[in-house]
Write a protein that binds this ligand. Structure first.
Ligand code: PLP
Length: 446
């Protein structure tokens, strides 16, 4: 790509520092400018159309250009564009959304706390856990166990929970209260000759040993995505979550399910916790909650979490936490309408119906010369490519570029190339997506 002087691409490179981007490469090459979206497709500033195979960032569940969400936002803007939820104030959209989420929860939940991004939500979780431990008179109970390759965001606390090198390197993370347990990727971390059941048993044993070594009374919680997303679409083996939960129960350690990607249908059930048999104390939601039409996120907690926190606010006189945008009325109104669309159009059912085709087409590529492993569940999947020599990520980046050239947007996480299309996708579009994906794979030569 050559950047024309004064073009939108040149101005982008001139004035913006971009996330997950090599800034020097961007200065030389510019960026891809997306102008418009409709259904599962987006169009760039040259008029070229792409299937958005990643729903943006795993998030545009109802597809692009959904008029009902536009209407919900504009109506709310006209009525009450902003109000806050500080100091015993409220507004109807946040009340209705919190009520709706508690009703939808797969396990009994008590309260919702609203935030604006997945990172903010997980940052809030860390603070809630610390506040609760202090409320219980257990000031030493502050450590949180996350996992290698887990992704929970990028703030100081949530970036520490994340278990990926790029999110720590040169940022002086992780903070000392965060520990990282083993990653449940059998294909990546199993020892020679280890069966899946033995692998699961070892991960549970290692978690138990970590808790013992640290001191069970120092551990506040374990956090995990039901299915890991940004770490490379890692579907844990059968029995993994049961084995992990057995260990946590033994030591009375809370469980946080980060449903930011899995939530609202992605895995074929409303929540990843249902698909994986997880009974969380806290659930973190964002992305498909508002289909990312507007930044919005939520933390849902049960009474074990809420009651001591409520007592502590009473002792101190207030809950000293809150974002100006917490429970923003426009975000809440859009989220409510988005959930209505997901339910009315049975988009969770659509994921479950299309998943066999999606996985069949994905798994068919596992035998390709360049492929190492195919992984997926529901409508989220990835093909991990073989690393080319010492250059980790080269194969993934080439695949991503080959897909883009052919009109498909995917995301390469190193050499793993992910797919996570809008949940409104239909059978023909799944086929179209994989036809392009397969042609792109065939076009690669190293
Ligand atoms: N948690 C998970 C599971 C995520 O996938 C992400 C983002 O990809 C986050 C948290 C962070 O969300 P945000 O980018 O909105 O801060």
């Amino acid at each position: 790509m050559t950047v024309q002087p004064n073009s939108i691409e040149a101005r982008d490179a001139a004035y913006q520092l971009h996330s997950y981007t090599n800034a020097r490469k961007m200065e030389a090459e510019g960026s891809l400018i997306i102008e418009q979206g409709d259904g599962v497709y987006v169009t760039d500033n040259t008029g070229k159309k792409y299937i958005e195979g990643m729903s943006g960032l795993w998030s545009v569940a109802v597809g692009f250009g959904e008029d009902r969400l536009v209407k919900a936002a504009t109506e709310q803007m006209a009525k009450l564009p902003y109000y806050h939820t500080f100091a015993q104030r409220g507004h109807t959209p946040a009340v209705e959304l919190s009520e709706k989420l508690i009703q939808m929860a797969p396990v009994p939940m008590s309260k919702v706390y609203f935030t604006n991004s997945g990172s903010e939500a997980n940052d809030t979780v860390v603070k809630l856990l610390w506040y609760r431990s202090n409320a219980l008179g257990k000031p030493e109970k502050k450590k949180i166990i996350s996992r290698i390759k887990g992704y929970h965001g990028i703030t100081v606390a949530s970036g520490s929970l994340t278990g990926l090198p790029y999110n720590h390197m040169s940022f002086d993370l992780p903070i000392p209260q965060v520990l990282h347990a083993g990653c449940p990727h059998y294909g990546g971390f199993a020892q020679d000759g280890e069966s899946e059941a033995d692998f699961v048993a070892r991960l549970a044993r290692e978690l138990d040993e970590m808790i013992q070594a640290e001191g069970p009374d120092t551990i506040a919680a374990f956090i995990g995505e039901p299915v890991m997303g940004a770490g490379g679409v890692i579907v844990p083996p059968e029995g993994y979550w049961k084995a992990i939960q057995d260990v946590l129960k033994k030591y009375d350690i809370l469980l946080v399910a980060d449903e930011v990607i899995c939530g609202f249908g992605r895995t074929g059930k409303m929540f990843g916790s249902e698909t994986m048999g997880i009974e969380p104390d806290i659930m973190v939601m964002s992305k498909q909650l508002s289909s990312s039409y507007i930044p919005f996120s939520a933390v849902m907690m049960n009474d074990r979490v809420y009651q001591p926190i409520a007592d502590e606010t009473n002792r101190i006189g207030t809950f000293g936490h809150g974002f100006t945008g917490s429970g923003h009325p426009v975000g809440a109104a859009v989220s409510l309408e988005n959930l209505k669309i997901i339910e009315e159009r049975d988009l969770v059912g659509n994921v479950a119906r299309l998943s066999p085709l999606f996985l069949e087409r994905l798994n068919a590529l596992a035998g390709h010369d360049l492929a190492k492993e195919a992984r997926g569940i529901g409508l989220i999947g990835a093909l991990e490519l073989k690393q080319q020599g010492d250059a980790a990520g080269t194969a993934g980046a080439a695949m991503s570029a080959a897909c883009l050239e052919r009109g498909l947007i995917v995301r390469n996480l190193g050499d793993t190339v992910a797919l996570c299309p809008p949940m409104i996708i239909n059978e023909d579009q799944v086929k179209e997506m994989f036809d392009i994906y397969a042609a792109a794979l065939d076009s690669l030569s190293f």
